[in-house]
Design a protein around this ligand. Structure first.
Ligand SMILES: Nc1ccn([C@@H]2O[C@H](COP(=O)(O)OP(=O)(O)OP(=O)(O)O)[C@@H](O)[C@H]2O)c(=O)n1
Ligand SMILES: C[C@](O)(CO)[C@H](O)COP(=O)(O)O
Length: 231
């Protein structure tokens, strides 16, 4: 039976949110944003294990959440690193022996649809690596430091990449170890796999799977919680 592990990263400072409390702990409905995310993966029966990576100072508080919300798939709460990539790497190394597949997910994305999470995993099972994404709606342009437009990529080829990102664990660990050896730091996990020559597939998700990043995202998240995810 292939074991599926999830690494949820929540060790960032949330600086763009401009709050003293790190954004992953801000309330969404009656509980922290991070708890919603943890509960979503807890409730996917195919998930065998969850490793939570958070700030050093927040490990005890997260262990309390694990107890309070009966998150019994959380097998470890560990401290992250300076960059998201470092946090993910620490989480990967904590997964149980025998874990064949891994989903890497942002703790501040509480709304992926469970069916789409599983579709992403199925695609990775077939091809080794897959990510959830949505077609961009705006025209995207490359702009230089002087704020002058340099080019306009064809919008039909542009996708906004989300998480979870799904991988065969051995493939992702190899990519992480190579990136570390070469001093490469990317902004998502797929980048590290792409640079090894492995093709990463996209699975179309939905626009509700937002990454809560700036203050404007908070009322939108409350709306999604009450009007889409049915709380
Ligand atoms: N060193 C880091 C940086 C980020 N993350 C996590 O990666 C996810 C996506 O990162 P982002 O939205 O950029 O969060 P922050 O880095 O906290 O935000 P900011 O860039 O505004 O500081 C978040 O769940 C964040 O907690 C992490 O675990 N470790
Ligand atoms: C991983 C990610 O959510 C994919 O869109 C995004 O790259 C995270 O970026 P951040 O700056 O760490 O939020």
């Amino acid at each position: 039976m292939s074991k599926l592990g999830v690494v949820i990263v929540a060790a960032g400072k949330g600086s763009r949110m401009k709050t003293t409390e790190s954004k992953q702990y801000l309330p969404l409905g009656d509980r922290p944003i991070l708890v919603h995310t943890l509960q979503l993966f807890q409730n996917i029966c195919e998930v065998d294990e969850i490793v939570l990576v958070t700030g050093e100072a927040d490990c005890d508080r997260c262990r309390e959440y694990v107890e309070r919300y009966a998150l019994d798939k959380v097998t470890a709460v560990i401290a992250g690193g300076a960059e998201r990539q470092h946090s993910v790497h620490r989480g990967l190394e904590k997964l149980a022996a025998g874990t064949e597949w891994v989903l890497v997910h942002d703790g501040v994305r509480p709304f992926p649809a469970a069916g789409q999470v599983l579709a992403c995993w199925r695609e990775a099972q077939e091809h080794g690596a897959a990510v959830l994404a949505v077609p961009v709606k705006d025209t995207i342009k490359v702009v230089d430091d002087a704020k002058c437009i340099q080019s306009t990529p064809d919008r039909r080829s542009l996708w906004a990449i989300q998480t979870p990102q799904a991988f065969q664990l051995s493939l992702l660990l190899e990519a992480y170890e190579r990136a570390e050896r070469e001093g490469f730091v990317g902004t998502d996990d797929a980048m590290l796999v792409e640079r090894t020559g492995t093709v990463v597939r996209v699975v179309e998700g939905d626009y509700y799977n937002i990454k809560i990043t700036t203050p404007e995202d908070l009322p939108w998240a409350e709306w999604i919680l009450h009007n889409v995810r049915g709380e």
